[in-house]
Design a protein. Structure first.
Length: 320
């Protein structure tokens, strides 16, 4: 190799290192300055803190935004005289990561209710985490990258640069803006003490896009992951059960082939108790707020009562 080529390669290597170091430095600086205090995704950190500080026995719901916009946890808490924590934020955080994080705070006597969106069984993003997980890891749990499957590590590596760009843009855009915190439906401040999003309950219904997906390739690696998790928590004296999410009726009908396949596969292969059938949690569009998974006040009331009825089979009301 000629001297010129060696020199060029050395300069390119130094340039790449400088670019990476600059991006990492800017990202680190933006995380130090808490400029997006109302960011919806930050509610995950709040919920983890609530979970860590809640004594056992307790009831913990794990899933995506179908839970965030779909439960009245205080009512469930009152029914069973047990603390209830709703960990639902965004399906894109990934069921695997959510369960691993929750596991650290589960103890003997706790009841874990898994309620994933159907997407979880279709894509790696929902089962193992997508861009929402990149946000969580980059801002609050960088050490968690080491626990990701290899495929998700690669996803993180290739997604991080795009995230850095948007993060820096958002950081710079804050200068000159008012310090006043605006609370919206998709806001960290929109959740109650149990982890339910309540900011939307009295809002008018938004336009809802109905699913028209049909049968897709099903990712059943998630079932194996759930079974491994079930065996682990069961040994620790934790009761783990599974429920289907609440879904808008027309979307359910459009995806009936895929949902039926998932239901049959889970009935045959999932080790934990399945406490419902998919059709038991199907409601008309008028009970939803802005997506086919997000319920309005009336929808929350109906779904919560169904959940209470199901849990009454496995939870004995704790005496005062």
């Amino acid at each position: 190799m000629s001297t010129d080529i060696k020199m060029f390669s050395k300069k390119m290597f130094i340039l790449v290192i400088m670019v990476i170091a600059s991006i990492a430095g800017l990202l680190y600086l933006s995380t130090l300055i808490d400029f997006d205090k109302t960011n919806y995704m930050r509610s995950w950190v709040d919920k983890v803190e609530i979970l860590n500080s809640t004594s056992s026995p307790k009831i913990v719901f794990v899933g995506g935004s179908n839970l965030a916009f779909g439960l009245d946890s205080p009512l469930i808490e009152k029914k069973f005289n047990m603390p209830v924590i709703n960990m639902g934020v965004h399906a894109g955080i990934g069921l695997r990561y959510m369960l691993n994080k929750v596991s650290e705070s589960l103890n003997k006597g706790d009841v874990l209710v898994i309620v994933p969106e159907y997407d979880c069984f279709y894509t790696h993003d929902r089962g193992y985490g997508g861009k929402a997980l990149v946000y969580i890891l980059t801002n609050f749990d960088l050490a968690g990258v080491k626990d990701l499957p290899f495929e998700r590590k690669l996803f993180f590596l290739f997604t991080a640069p795009e995230y850095v760009r948007t993060r820096i843009y958002d950081f710079l855009a804050q200068f000159g803006k008012s310090e006043k915190i605006k609370i919206s439906v998709y806001s960290r401040q929109g959740f109650n003490r149990n982890g339910d999003n309540v900011q939307h309950l009295d809002q008018p219904q938004q336009k809802i896009k109905v699913f028209c997906e049909g049968l897709q390739k099903v990712n059943m690696e998630v079932v194996g992951m759930l079974n491994d998790y079930y065996e682990d928590v069961t040994k620790r004296g934790i009761r783990m059960v599974f429920m289907y999410p609440c879904l808008e009726r027309d979307s359910f009908r459009n995806d009936i082939s895929g949902i039926s396949f998932i239901s049959k596969y889970l009935s045959k292969n999932l080790k934990c108790e399945i406490m419902s059938t998919p059709d038991e949690f199907v409601l008309p569009k008028e009970y939803f707020y802005d997506t086919v998974y997000h319920l309005n006040r009336r929808g929350v009331e109906i779904r919560t009562q169904k959940v209470i009825d199901k849990l009454s089979r496995v939870i004995v009301k704790k005496s005062l």
